[in-house]
Design a protein around this ligand. Sequence first.
Ligand code: NAD
Length: 171
Amino acid sequence: MRGLYIGRFQPYHLGHETVLQEISQEMEEIVIAIGSAQESHTTTNPFTAGERMEMICASLRAVDLRSRCYVIPVEDINRNSIWVAHLQSMIPQFDVVYSNNPLVVRLFSEANVAVRKPPMCRRDVYSGTVIRKTMREGGDWKRLVPESVAAIIIKIGGVERLSSVSKSDAS
Ligand code: NAD
């Protein structure tokens, strides 16, 4: 059986990693779709699809899951009603989708695809929103992401980028 895990992964964090490890107990293979692939350099989507792919692949290698996962960027389309078909046309076939995002769950359910909702793992801190805010405020964001992901964010100057794109030119 093959499972699909879809997310923006801005950035990929320990909550995502925990969910993937749980999915790997149930599925032989996992398709990880990097959503909103066209987005980068904004406060809510600071990292490019390529950077997010590097983060995910590095973390998968560290937990020995790389050989069982496909990692595929997928751009958004401006029509929710055909998004599932769009996604299906870009990735290998899958049997079950794993998500807690209400819109994602809704769209797959309407398309008669089996959906499983993985349990949340420390959502108060393992959250892209919280991690980006912690980065902007100079807090300890490194403890909220896998070590390999922290190394990539440091290498690409991710915190400085987030700080730059969060600024306004108003005096
Ligand atoms: P995300 O990175 O916020 O989360 C990915 C998944 O991980 C979600 O299911 C989320 O519930 C889960 N998760 C997050 N933190 C967790 C934690 N601490 N413990 C356990 N699980 C946790 O990504 P997202 O916003 O859900 O990504 C959905 C993607 O699908 C987006 O890129 C969106 O644009 C795309 N989408 C596009 C369209 C369209 O183009 N029309 C329509 C629907 C969705």
